[in-house]
Design a protein around this ligand. Structure first.
Ligand code: C5J
Length: 231
């Protein structure tokens, strides 16, 4: 067993039963010139976490632990898109419409792909999901059961939508969940803060949070990075 120095208290985990889930680090949400930017969102907030998420992924690769990358997207014929989800959003820019990086949130289109800096390595799982939560209408539950995973570390975007929804789904299914505080982001900083507070409230009601350094320190048994002198 190992322990991550986390909030609201230490997170004990067995690396042999732990996986990383990286949620929706897709070009359309993160890159300037994508769907998120076209909707008027400040994508620089999301782009800033890419190197930190890359470090977390590298930590799991070094430790030899499973990594699952998700992408929120739909089939080209929209057969997995509920009418209620289709109706939402800006009328001029709905899922499936032509967007700045191909059809919006459609599998196979450039905008739906993961940003190249975080591309999956051979052997890592890439899971396309039609919902906000990664368990809905996907084989994620079966994949984790087959790998005997009991503990999940999360990163990705956006904190309060797809990340938090998936953590809540996982929590209800009996997984212990920890979110990388600096490996997740929102277009709305106040929503990120509220989501982190909510997750770890009432004795980790949804899960734990920790920094990528704290996660790496526990997984790789490394000392924390040296801090500069403050005097
Ligand atoms: C995600 C969204 N990935 N905000 N999607 O959070 O619509």
């Amino acid at each position: 067993m190992k322990t991550i120095a986390a909030q609201p208290f230490a997170f004990p985990f067995d690396p042999a039963h732990t996986a990383l889930i990286v949620i929706d680090m897709q070009r359309d949400f993160i890159e300037p010139g994508g769907f998120g930017a076209a909707l008027g969102n400040d994508v620089t907030l999301l782009k800033k976490i890419v190197p930190t998420v890359a470090r977390l992924i590298e930590t799991f690769r070094t430790a030899g632990l499973p990594i699952i990358h998700t992408r929120e997207c739909h089939k080209p014929d929209l057969s997995d898109l509920p009418a209620a989800k289709h109706r939402r959003g800006k009328p001029s820019m709905r899922i499936g419409d032509p967007g700045p990086m191909g059809r919006i949130l459609i599998s196979g289109e450039p905008g739906a792909d993961t940003v190249p800096e975080l591309a999956a390595a051979p052997g890592e799982i890439v899971l396309d999901k039609p919902g906000k939560g990664a368990f809905h209408a996907t084989p994620l539950g079966e994949i984790l059961a087959e790998k005997k995973i009991t503990h999940l570390v999360f990163a990705g975007v956006t904190t309060e939508v797809c990340v938090q929804t998936t953590m809540r789904e996982a929590n209800d299914r009996g997984f212990d969940c920890l979110l990388a505080e600096d490996g997740t982001e929102s277009y709305f900083p106040e929503f990120k803060k509220a989501a982190l507070d909510m997750i770890r409230a009432q004795g980790a009601i949804v899960g734990w949070t920790a920094t990528v350094d704290q996660i790496a320190q526990a997984l790789l048994d490394r000392d924390p990075p040296a801090r500069g002198r403050e005097d």
